[in-house]
Design a binder for this molecule. Structure first.
Ligand SMILES: *Cc1c(COP(=O)(O)O)cnc(C)c1O
Length: 415
């Protein structure tokens, strides 16, 4: 891997920070559901001279000269993505998930148009219509919810809302939802009211690519995804759509939303898609889900309440109110043990968004390190012990040591 000798020699200040972050990542337990570790090959692809290039436009139609190589790189990324998801058309230029979603709305609807999306505090994403986000400011969103009993999306209620609101577009795909999404039912409802179907599979793309979860790409008009979550590529995104929408999607990305694509990231996306096409990636995705199911079961055995009582994917939201704590308090306790998690709202949360009742746990990162059920059981035991004995600093210190030891015996791939 890199020796960073030029960075060290030239800029010790930044190098010192990078070193600290490398140490943190190798010694700490990453349970944040949206994070993962890229391979050495993906990391190397990002650190290439492709970052020096301007290439506004699409392969073969650029606004700058000298793009022969970039055209080839982008074409490799597009072809691999098509194969991975069975997509008719792919644009790999979106810089991240939120800009990708902005381009999707721009391609299909007009400001002020009606859209349906899941509420943020029920597991949706900011870019699905939250009032502080461009999506909520520009478009007229109505928000559906998860059922407070089952924790699952009630498709009859979605249909009712769709019939009432007559949206131009329906958004499905979430940030904190542990269950399979009923793509076909969304499609049927959208057809009934004449709405476009938009799936945002940012979280589950890797599991879908591996064939371990249902794929909306053949069914939906347009699908966006980040490339850095379960898909395990560089920080970025892409949009997949039916051929008939290809031109309007490409035009929304550039010149609508963005200028030049980040070509070094495009190269890294191509490498990550190549990895996801290998049989080993299917094993990875299977293990991610198995680990998450094991984690949910272990939590429930210890009396934790899990929203929707289990998981079908890589994540779960755990209600901490039964333990007399907020999600933020648990986040802080676990931080003291070298375990990273993200606080999360629970459906109909009685607490405010900055201090919500839940914690979201995910298994993509620790599964990349090679951790399996046996390790998961230990991790849940530590989390429970940390919560129970939170007033005893030496207990938390002991757990931190054990966490560190386990992490060091499962090194992350890029260090
Ligand atoms: C993470 C996420 C995004 C946004 O990705 P960024 O790259 O952080 O902008 C969009 N949609 C969903 C559902 C997500 O989970």
């Amino acid at each position: 891997m890199f020796d960073y000798k030029n960075l060290s020699a030239q800029d010790g200040e930044v190098m010192a920070e990078v070193k600290k972050e490398m140490e943190r990542q190798s010694q700490e337990m990453e349970l944040i559901a949206s994070e993962n570790y890229v391979s050495k090959a993906v990391l190397e692809a990002m650190a290439t001279v492709l970052t020096n290039k301007y290439s506004e436009g699409t392969p073969g139609h650029r606004y700058y000269g000298g793009n022969q190589v970039i055209d080839e790189v982008e074409t490799i990324a597009v072809e691999r993505a098509k194969k991975l998801f069975g997509a008719e058309h792919v644009n790999v230029q979106p810089l991240s998930g939120s800009p990708a979603n902005a381009a999707v709305y721009m391609a299909f609807i007009k400001p002020g148009d009606k859209v349906l999306g899941l509420r943020l505090d029920h597991g949706g994403h900011l870019s699905h219509g939250h009032p502080v986000n461009f999506s909520g400011m520009l478009y007229n969103f109505s928000q559906y919810e998860v059922d407070s009993e089952t924790g699952k999306i009630n498709m009859d209620k979605v249909r009712e809302l769709a019939l009432k609101e007559k949206p131009k577009m329906i958004v499905a795909g979430y940030s904190a939802y542990a269950r399979e999404v009923e793509w076909q039912k969304f499609k049927d409802i959208a057809d009934e009211v004449g709405a476009f179907t938009f799936a945002d599979i940012a979280h589950t793309a890797g599991l879908i690519a591996a064939g371990e979860m249902a794929n909306p790409v053949p069914l939906f008009d347009v699908v966006s995804t980040t490339t850095h979550k379960t898909l395990r590529g560089p920080r970025g995104a892409m949009i997949m759509c039916k051929e008939q929408f290809a031109k309007q999607v490409d035009r929304a990305v550039f010149p609508g939303m963005q200028g030049g694509p980040h070509d070094h990231i495009t190269a890294a996306k191509a490498v990550a898609f190549g990895e996801a096409l290998l049989p080993e990636f299917k094993d990875y995705a299977k293990q991610v889900i198995l680990n998450a199911k094991t984690m949910a079961e272990e939590f429930m055995k210890l009396g934790f309440r899990i929203i929707s009582n289990g998981t079908d994917n890589h994540l779960m939201v755990v209600d901490m109110t039964g333990k007399g704590l907020s999600g933020k308090e648990v986040e802080i306790i676990l931080d003291k043990c070298g375990i990273s998690v993200s606080r999360s709202t629970i459906p109909n949360d009685p607490n405010p968004p900055l201090n919500p009742s839940g914690v979201r746990f995910g298994t993509p990162a620790i599964t990349t390190r090679g951790m399996k059920q046996e390790e998961i059981k230990k991790i849940v035991t530590w989390i429970n012990a940390a919560i129970e004995q939170r007033e005893e600093p030496e207990m938390l210190e002991n757990i931190k040591k054990e966490v560190r030891e386990m992490c060091l015996s499962f090194p992350i791939p890029s260090i």
